[in-house]
Ligand binder design. Structure first.
Ligand code: CAA
Length: 258
């Protein structure tokens, strides 16, 4: 099947999924999420796929959810569409391991997508951030729940409230990524790691994954629902309209607290 927003590469039993919307720095739109979920759904029962790598290009993993797709939506539409909920659930409940290989920008929904994976590996050029506050909104697919679990409350508050970016070294130091490799052999290294995992017993792999996630996620589900309601409701503010319009018009937003 041909996909528009992702490219698939098979490396023995490792399936590498490359996000591919270069014109929008791999911004995640509905189509990309649908395609990603369709591949995961097919891979779940495919014995030839044992480990997945989710990656982007050298310069960008993903620069967030697609602002142009969200810009005009109001909170009712976000709520009724249940924006990204189904896709979040497909990715986060996928049973086989997913390694996020992050090079360049992983911002907003891009950082959140990487954090839905099981292992996060960065190249030296990676930049992580939750800059949604600059758009008059907040993270909406797990960022306020997963980031503090990885880096602690204070670093997570800093990232979400200032919208600043974290480089690969800082991300490794605080535990957001497990390893950092130079850009030149980055993909070779992630594929090596994925192949090493693919040689283990699938029962062990799945049991370990379920077990670690059980400890990690005991309170996460209620947090995600809480976050989602807040995120959707921000689409009734004037500041969301202003923040997203300013981005599209390439100007500084003027927030009014309305
Ligand atoms: N959505 C839609 N389009 C995007 C985008 C996004 N998240 N990020 C970049 N683009 C588009 C730009 O609009 C631009 O398109 P045009 O050429 O048509 O103007 C193109 O990609 C290239 O982007 P820039 O010219 O801005 O590239 P740059 O190198 O100057 O800057 C950047 C790179 C710092 C990543 C900048 O693009 C940026 O700040 N992007 C937005 C990051 C962001 O705010 N992400 C959060 C999104 S909201 C979210 O993710 C909500 C959630 O939690 C679910």
């Amino acid at each position: 099947m041909a996909y528009e927003t992702i490219i698939l590469e098979h490396h023995e039993t490792v399936l590498l999924i490359r996000l591919n919307r270069p014109e929008a720095l791999n911004a995640i739109n509905g189509k990309m999420l649908k395609e990603l979920c369709s591949v995961l759904e097919k891979s779940s029962n495919d014995v030839n796929v044992r480990v997945i790598i989710l990656t982007g290009s050298e310069k960008f993993f993903a620069a967030g959810a697609d602002i142009k797709e969200m810009e005009k939506k109001n909170s009712t539409e976000m709520y009724l569409d249940d924006y990204f909920t189904k896709e979040h659930n497909v990715i986060s409940s996928f049973r086989k391991p997913i390694i996020a290989g992050v090079s360049g920008y992983a911002l907003g929904g891009g950082c959140e997508l990487a954090m839905m994976c099981d292992i996060l590996i960065a190249s030296e050029t990676a930049k992580f951030g939750q800059p949604e506050i600059n758009l008059g909104v907040m993270a909406g697919i797990g960022g306020t729940q997963r980031l503090p679990k990885s880096v602690g409350k204070y670093k997570a508050m800093d990232m979400h409230l200032t919208g600043r970016y974290m480089d690969a070294q800082e991300a490794e130091r605080v535990g957001l990524v497990s390893r950092v490799f130079p850009e030149k052999d980055f993909e070779i290294k992630i594929i090596e790691i994925a192949k090493k995992i693919s040689e283990k017993s699938m029962s062990s792999i799945i049991a370990i994954k379920e077990s670690i996630n059980f400890s990690y996620e005991s309170n996460l589900s209620s947090g995600i629902i809480f976050e989602r309601r807040k995120f959707h409701s921000l689409f009734s503010t004037e500041d969301q309209k202003e923040g997203m319009a300013a981005f599209v018009e390439k100007r500084t937003p003027k927030f009014s607290d309305r």
